[in-house]
Design a protein around this ligand. Sequence first.
Ligand SMILES: CC(C)(COP(=O)(O)OP(=O)(O)OC[C@H]1O[C@@H](n2cnc3c(N)ncnc32)[C@H](O)[C@@H]1OP(=O)(O)O)[C@@H](O)C(=O)NCCC(=O)NCCS
Length: 165
Amino acid sequence: MAQDKGSELPGKPVRESYVEMVQIVRPGDANALGIAFGGTVVAWMDMAAAVAALRHARRPVVTASIDNLSFLSPIQVGEFVIIKAAVHYTHRTSMEVGVWIESENPLTGERKETTHGYLTFVALDEQGRPAPVPPVIPETPEEKARYEEAKRRRAYKLQMREERP
Ligand SMILES: CC(C)(COP(=O)(O)OP(=O)(O)OC[C@H]1O[C@@H](n2cnc3c(N)ncnc32)[C@H](O)[C@@H]1OP(=O)(O)O)[C@@H](O)C(=O)NCCC(=O)NCCS
């Protein structure tokens, strides 16, 4: 599999950036139906993804884009929210982080997939300019598939940007 190497930094496996965060949906996080606000869920995703990007780059990072965000099922007040994130694709200064969220019923332990999305972060140097990141090394078949998927997503986005009037 061809690596999209943009820097001469040594590579890092996906597992080095892996993050798992747990939140509880409180009444203030929820709407009148008693389910978590989308914006609150996105803020949790951004936080977990930023930790993954920082672990990978070990530099300050900023969110450049949030793509393919899907809310698959609602999360109820009082449920646990399990947020998993990892860098699964890198280019020169940017990293795509995949985030997957499940809800967990605290009494039964039942889990449901609720949300997923892809966030791109850019690492910054001391002057606040984009800085090279270590290439990510996908190891498992799943990580390799995600890497190739992210590469295609990036190519598609660049093409869309070029075609924009
Ligand atoms: C993200 C940001 C640093 C990019 O700066 P820039 O001057 O456009 O940088 P460049 O054109 O040199 O691109 C740098 C990298 O960012 C990527 N990038 C820029 N805009 C992007 C976007 N909208 N989506 C995905 N990647 C993007 C480029 O593809 C490039 O990646 P590569 O080096 O891996 O090939 C700049 O736009 C910025 O600071 N945005 C605001 C970030 C912010 O405030 N976030 C919310 C709070 S954290």
